[in-house]
Design a protein around this ligand. Structure first.
Ligand code: ADP
Ligand code: MG
Ligand code: ZN
Length: 485
């Protein structure tokens, strides 16, 4: 019998602050010269004192509100001691006993079913620096030393700790995806896994036959959604094999090796006592009074699920809604197209199919898209009014997205107004050809046009009748539609 899977996730999000958690160094460390965003505080020079960054508290609270946590009026920092070169102080300042937010939940949807994942808490902590291993030609030299870069040391993180409520890798992936979406909607974090502003530690166990929880293993080092799923799949089968052969699971931390597709034991799981947690006496408790919490609440933007609900009123399908609301900026673009007068359902189709296609081709996101919502709305309306064919409309969108040209000029250049036959006039020609050739039509409809010669013949007649002013692809499509093919 299959053993039930139990997964709980710890997700670290780098908070969108300008400066570090306890000093005024910049948080912009990507691509910087090592050890240039540092100061005596984040380098732990004796005699310096940390000073808490209020914006980090505000952002963590905002995330907590989005996750329906209870924001605590009183929370504290502690020291988590471990000796490793990436940690200048040899301890990390983190919230431990009293975190800034507790409880809460996040809803996920897998295979059409909604599931509630409860949260344990959300806390603030500082990031560590990075070890840099010397390389030649991109390969480890096996040098007897490592270098350390403290630019990231002290950057504010919030860690969201779930209850062990997920029961498949797909649910875990969906959970991280919803969490990232929320963080982005709230401007709390950019949530980029590749650059490390979203990092996931996954805890996974297989339950015993009596239903009680099994021993869990923690997996680290996954840096994509795909690798979260793969690492968990791998770990499920590894644990099953160990248990099947009568072995036991050891509680440990394992690292995911993406190239090999395996997890490897890194170290036995530390317990709280290994870290010798104790209160951070250099920092006062974080006090957030009720009026401040109210203030955070008032300033909350629209949340992803609120937006989804509102979009349902446009009469869109569930799938359309989920694609259009995935990214806040795309949702805004769509709404602007609708406010500019495009019918909601048509606009949804255009944004979802055509705009996303063009963005993909250009390798940009909606914030860099040249076509203003008003122009797209005009274009959609022209296609709706059959002033332009669908095909021509798409071609014009391609032009608008790539060149600095107005909609009117793009339409003119496309030949639509220079006698190019589209929509209604093309339809008329097709009807004429179809009724003039009943035998050929009959053959095609009976499925006897195996080599496609007859349909080509009709296409040729249509093009001839249109005197070369129809788009061949569009003519072929309209003809097929007319013949119910
Ligand atoms: P620690 O303090 O050692 O990090 P926690 O009790 O805080 O341990 O749990 C860390 C994470 O592990 C949480 O997300 C929790 O949901 C998850 N977890 C706890 N027990 C299990 C288990 N038996 N199987 C899977 N995940 C678990
Ligand atoms: Mg933990
Ligand atoms: Zn600093």
């Amino acid at each position: 019998m299959a053993r039930p899977i139990v997964i709980g996730l710890e997700v670290h999000l780098q908070l969108n602050t300008k400066t570090k958690l306890f000093c005024s160094c910049s948080t912009d460390y990507i691509g910087r010269t090592p050890n240039t965003n540092v100061c005596p505080i984040c380098l732990a020079v004796p005699g310096t004192l940390p000073l808490l960054n209020d914006s980090a508290v505000a952002l963590a609270s905002r995330m907590g509100i989005g996750l329906r946590c209870k924001i605590q009026n009183y929370s504290t920092f502690g020291r988590k001691n471990y000796f490793y070169a990436d940690l200048a102080k040899a301890y990390q300042i983190t919230q431990y006993e009293l975190p800034v937010a507790t409880g809460g939940y996040l809803e996920i949807e897998v295979n059409g079913e909604t599931k509630v994942v409860r949260l344990h808490h959300l806390h603030l902590e500082e990031d560590a620096g990075k070890l840099v291993h010397p390389t030649t030609d991109g390969r480890l030299t096996g040098a007897a030393y490592s270098l350390v870069d403290y630019n990231r040391g002290g950057v504010p993180l919030t860690e969201v700790v779930s209850e062990p409520d997920m029961s498949s890798p797909a649910e875990a992936k969906e959970y991280v995806s919803r969490l990232r979406q929320l963080a982005r909607y709230l401007d709390v974090s950019d949530g980029e896994m590749e650059s490390g502003s979203l990092r996931v530690d996954a805890n996974i166990s297989l339950s015993k036959p009596d239903g009680s929880l099994g021993t869990r293993v923690e997996i680290k080092n996954m840096n994509s959604f795909k690798s979260i799923e793969r690492a968990l799949e791998y770990e499920i089968s590894r644990q099953n094999k160990v248990l099947d052969s009568g072995g036991r699971i050891v509680q440990e931390t394992r690292l995911w090796d993406d190239a090999e597709g395996v997890t490897r034991s890194m170290r036995n799981k530390e317990t709280a006592s290994d870290y010798r947690y104790y209160p951070e006496m250099d920092l006062a408790p974080v006090v957030i009074d009720d009026s401040e919490i109210e203030d955070f609440r008032r300033r909350m933007p629209e949340l992803p699920w609120e937006k989804r609900e509102r979009f349902a009123a446009f009469g869109l399908t569930k799938e359309e809604i989920s694609i259009l609301t995935e990214q806040r900026e795309l949702a805004r673009y769509y709404e602007d197209v609708v406010s500019a007068g495009a019918p909601p359902a048509r606009a949804a189709n255009w944004v979802r199919m055509e705009v996303l296609r063009v963005l993909n081709e250009l390798g940009i996101d909606i914030t860099g898209f040249k076509v203003k919502p008003g122009a797209l709305a005009e274009l959609v309306k022209k296609v709706e009014a059959k002033e332009l064919s669908n095909t021509l409309g798409k071609e014009i969108l391609d032009v608008l997205a790539r060149e600095d040209i107005s909609l009117a000029d793009a339409v003119k250049r496309s030949g639509a107004s220079a006698g190019r036959l589209t929509g209604a006039s093309l339809d008329e020609i097709i009807k004429k050809i179809v009724s003039a050739n009943p035998d050929v039509v009959e053959t095609i409809k009976n499925g006897e046009d195996k080599k496609g010669g007859k349909i080509k013949f009709l296409q040729g007649l249509v093009m001839k009748e249109a005197r070369g002013q129809a788009d061949p692809k569009e003519a072929a499509e309209s003809l097929a539609k007319n013949l119910d093919l």
